[in-house]
Ligand binder design. Structure first.
Ligand SMILES: [Zn+2]
Length: 84
């Protein structure tokens, strides 16, 4: 089970099988929310778009520097128990 991960070719919202892959290059960069700090990075994302409903999923193309940037500059969300 892919758990809605569109990299496996199925849309997690409508369940359709029309998922297309492209690249999304962030012009404005990726930074911590709510801050005006500089130091944003401009990541390249693999973009997965559902042609049936428009749902889009982005995956950062990680390398060591990008992983480090994310871990040090962004807000970590601790995993939570889902109550579903
Ligand atoms: Zn869809």
């Amino acid at each position: 089970m892919a758990n809605g991960d569109m990299r496996y070719g199925r849309c997690g919202v409508c369940g359709g099988g029309e998922v297309y892959r492209g690249e999304y290059v962030a012009q404005a960069g990726l930074r911590q929310s709510g801050t005006g700090k500089l130091g944003a990075k401009q990541p390249v994302f693999d973009a997965y778009v559902c042609a049936a409903c428009g749902n889009t999923q982005l995956h950062v193309q990680l390398d060591a520097k990008m992983s480090s940037h994310i871990r040090h500059k962004l807000d970590w969300i601790p995993p939570q128990q889902s109550t579903g």
